[in-house]
Design a protein around this ligand. Sequence first.
Ligand code: PNS
Length: 163
Amino acid sequence: MKSAIFPGSFDPVTNGHLDVIKRASRLFDKLIVSVAINESKHSMFTMDERQFLLKESCSNAGVNNVEVVCFDGLLVDALKAFKATAVVRGLRALSDFEFEFQMALMNRELDEACETIFLMPSPEYSFTSSRMIKEIAKFNGNISAFVPPVVIKALMEKITHKQ
Ligand code: PNS
């Protein structure tokens, strides 16, 4: 049984992430979607909230061979702990490439068994990012094309509670 790990901040999950999840879930027997504590980013959603939104979004999209977990530490250690064969990352545009290339090579330097597979989401998601979606939502813009309904609800609740 071949498993892959799809790590990310998922703050929150977008339709672009879901597109990559669907593609990867067709390539592997099991996909472990790993929500990372990213020290360098100030998250809007807690780990539990991000995990809940991912679980709901995957189940609403009918993706069943996905497990949503949290991880704190090195990705190469998570890869071993979850017995995954590869890391999956989405590549939206050339601008993602430099960081992703550097991260893939660094991970392989840390563990030579760590292979990264890049999947391109559908072009309609090539400009979607969690950061932009949070900003649009804050100013009451329409985000319905970019995130699942459960995320729209969660974003609205967050923003209303902050005001
Ligand atoms: O969604 P993001 O924020 O682009 O995801 C980045 C993430 C979480 C995949 C990356 O920061 C990561 O793997 N963090 C775990 C710590 C680690 O292993 N760092 C060394 C990799 S260069």
